[in-house]
Design a protein around this ligand. Structure first.
Ligand SMILES: Cc1ncc(COP(=O)(O)O)c(C=O)c1O
Length: 367
């Protein structure tokens, strides 16, 4: 086989960009394979951005010859008001992914170790590993929830951070806020708890909720939020962390970029577009119920979903399920070891969910 110059350039670009990028690129290739595929593989919110955010981003083009530094401060102020903290407790990033990486890098210093669930979102752990950290993955429990007792047992004198993704990607399951509070209190003061609340806006249930207030306490706690999910702005890249001022300062020093003018303006506008946010939530939650109702009817086990996605047992190797869905022009999530038969399906628009639900009985042979 002879590789063209273009193949070589693409391969080296993918290697430089890292595995996350390679996976996304593979998905995008698949996405262009059929015409207008239904993309249910990246946990995006297809309703976004909000009308206000769209208008703000479009208008920002006229000012994009300017650095956005002066505009960042009003966004930070708006976030601080929203979170009930002072501005020095907010750190913005080019997506919360950038902040997860920065936290991974900080935790890796001097032989640091990190405790995380298996499976979970791997942006932090993968980057930290590349920086030399050792990761202790702790299997989720029988309900596919974080096993806090086992995670606690995995902590060693070298542990710098514990990563809690709540709701967890890819399982969609949640931890009760009270359990996180008790867990954080039981940790050595040197350990930072990183609570990733990317999907918290889609969670329901009295015991589930943000633990952002823990960032005011004595323990080192960082809570992460993103504009990529409920705000539907994944392509615009904006996220932020809430942390005690000293922890926030360390994190801000470790990040590499700050949001651009489109992100700054769209994020501010989206924060004010409550009608849009409520509508997204209502629609995604309604579709989530439709999906779980059908999974139950087909007797396909699923993890209790609290995000904008559902993780379920397809009853066959995921590779086969993926191929069968692809022949129907539907792209579904990748494999998450060790759940070889399980699929993570993102909740798309209502017509996209219709298409998925009408393909499901046929694909699984359980009509
Ligand atoms: C749990 C979790 N945290 C963070 C992110 C990254 O979000 P962002 O787009 O803000 O980088 C994702 C993206 O899918 C995610 O699933």
């Amino acid at each position: 086989m002879t590789l063209s110059r273009r193949d070589l350039l693409t391969a080296s670009a993918l290697l430089l960009a890292g595995p996350g990028f390679a996976l996304r690129a593979a998905g995008r290739e698949a996405a262009t394979a059929g015409s207008n595929p239904i993309i249910l593989c990246w946990n995006e919110n297809p309703y976004g951005p909000s009308p206000a955010a769209r208008a703000a981003a479009s208008e920002a083009i006229a000012d994009s010859c300017r650095y956005p530094d002066d505009e960042l401060e009003p966004l930070v102020q708006a976030l601080a008001v929203r979170e009930g903290v002072s501005t020095d407790c907010i750190v913005t990033g080019t997506g919360s992914g950038e902040l997860l990486r920065a936290l991974g890098m900080l935790s890796a210093r001097d032989g640091g170790e990190i405790v995380a669930a298996q499976p979970t979102y791997t942006e932090l752990t993968r980057y930290a590993e590349g920086c030399g950290a050792k990761i202790h993955f702790v299997a989720v429990d029988g309900h596919l929830r974080h096993d806090l007792a086992a995670m606690h047992a995995a902590i060693s004198p070298r542990t710098r951070a514990v990563y809690l993704c709540n709701p967890n990607n890819p399982t969609g399951t949640t931890l009760a806020a009270a359990d996180i509070r008790a867990f954080v209190t039981s940790l050595p003061p040197s350990v930072t708890t990183i609570v990733d609340e990317a999907y918290m806006d889609f969670a329901v249930g009295a015991d589930v909720g943000s633990v952002a207030d823990l960032t005011h306490g004595e323990r080192r706690v960082v809570v992460l939020r993103t504009f990529s999910k409920i705000h539907g702005m994944a392509g615009i890249r904006c996220g932020y962390a809430i942390a005690r001022a000293d922890v926030a300062k360390e994190l801000a020093a470790a990040r590499m970029t700050t949001p651009n003018i489109f992100a700054v303006r769209a994020a501010r506008a989206s924060l004010g577009d409550q009608a849009f946010l409520a509508d997204c939530r209502r629609r995604i939650l309604a579709s989530r119920v439709r999906i779980t109702t059908e999974l139950a009817r087909l007797k396909l086990p699923y993890a209790e979903p609290q995000g904008n996605f559902v993780f379920f047992d397809t009853g066959m190797p995921l590779r086969r399920f993926t191929e069968l869905m692809r022949t129907r022009n539907i792209l579904v999530g990748r494999r998450f070891a060790p759940y070889d038969n399980w699929c993570r399906i993102t909740i798309g628009t209502e017509p996209e969910v219709d298409a998925f639900l009408s393909a499901l009985p046929e694909v699984t042979g359980r009509a």
